[in-house]
Design a protein around this ligand. Sequence first.
Ligand code: UD1
Ligand code: CA
Length: 453
Amino acid sequence: MTSRTCLSVILAAGEGTRMKSALPKVLHPIAGLPIVAHVAKAVRDTGGNDIALVVGRGADAVQAAVQSVVSNVSTYEQTERLGTGHAVLAARDAIARGYDDILVVFGDTPLIESAALEQARARLVGGADVVVMGFRPADPAGYGRLIEKDGKLLAIREDKDASETEKQIGFCNAGFMALRGDNALQLLDKITNKNAKGEYYLTDVVEIANALGKSVIAIEIAVDNVIGINTRVELAEAEAIWQNRKRRAMMLAGVTLQAPETVFFAHDTLIEADVILEPNIVFGPGVSIATGAVIHAFSHVEGAKVGPGAMVGPYARLRPGADLAAKAKVGNFVEVKNARIGAGAKVNHLTYLGDATVGADANIGAGAITCNYDGYNKWRTEIGAGAFIGSNSSLVAPVSVGDNAYVASGSVITENVPADALALGRAHQVTKEGRATQLRARYIALKQAKKAE
Ligand code: UD1
Ligand code: CA
């Protein structure tokens, strides 16, 4: 099938007013990726790598979102919103280029799976001229009904135009359609707006094609593929379905999720087999985790690379550019940003490492901090292999600590420390024998004198 050319027309000119948002509806994210980009990914994965995007508001931003997943996008503005048939024809020039297959999908249905689209294309290969994707919703009210006879699809009747008997039909139009490319414009150009809504219905191509003796069929796809986003409630429902699919896929690929419903993935999270994910973990975009790593509970991980056998958390925060080598350990209440932690290095408690390099097997004590920001610029801290950074030290960047060097606890390090050196950046301790007893006596006397006043 891959040898057939395919154009995917994504309809995304809807206003989305019910989102009550300054952001165009199709740009709201699910798993960190805009809704419309999920749709583009699904068509891309079924070989529909040329995309004609039909947009209304926010054209540039919508195009950019689609281009983040597919490079070959041509964008068409539908200035008047006259119906789905009219919207597809906004992409006339793209369709006229000539393709074997045309896929029409809606930009606000992020859960469409490429397997469903592939099934539709397979029926085109099998000789159908038009393939409509249907589904059986719990409540068919509002959807176009699929009128079938002897395995053929005769018509799609929009809810507003349907008779009482037609409204009894439970098999509904999902809105996605596959058409033979050489037929497509001929059929689309025959659509009129003579119906209850006065719109150009894409769905009319079914009757038009039948009248021309073409082969028109419907296939059934899973209900969850069809969920369209109109409100923030549906956005959250779609997010939940997406997360459940991802959790399941992760587990089937060998990742342990102790409490799957509490782990949230981003659209691009990559996790190898035999990684253990404890409860309550949130992944932002750009994360990859290698085999044998354990992410302990309550960790937030974004833009980070976690090496094989590394340990993260509980309560760790890995920010963009965190890069943990094999068997590195980042423990509780540690934040790592734009920092490479060498193999076997330990950063176990209460630390901030930003814009830093930590050598292999170094040990960063509790509460040690890189001071990477002067209010205007970011500076780097380099810590060598095997170095030991004492607890509660501040490393004021730019600064380096050499291999196997030792920084005394509580130091403020402002000058480079050579390899194998000991650096003490703190005041010397002074101890006065018996002085505590004297102090106490003096304070008690003071207190009594105040009372007597
Ligand atoms: C459409 C179908 C209906 C199906 C339902 C599934 C038609 C005539 N009806 O109805 O059979 O059951 O989807 O959800 O196709 N759009 C544009 N420009 C327009 C009109 C729509 O870009 O002028 C886009 C919208 O942004 C949206 C999609 O097309 O992504 C569907 O439009 P919508 O108005 O939601 O169609 P429905 O009335 O729900
Ligand atoms: Ca709709």
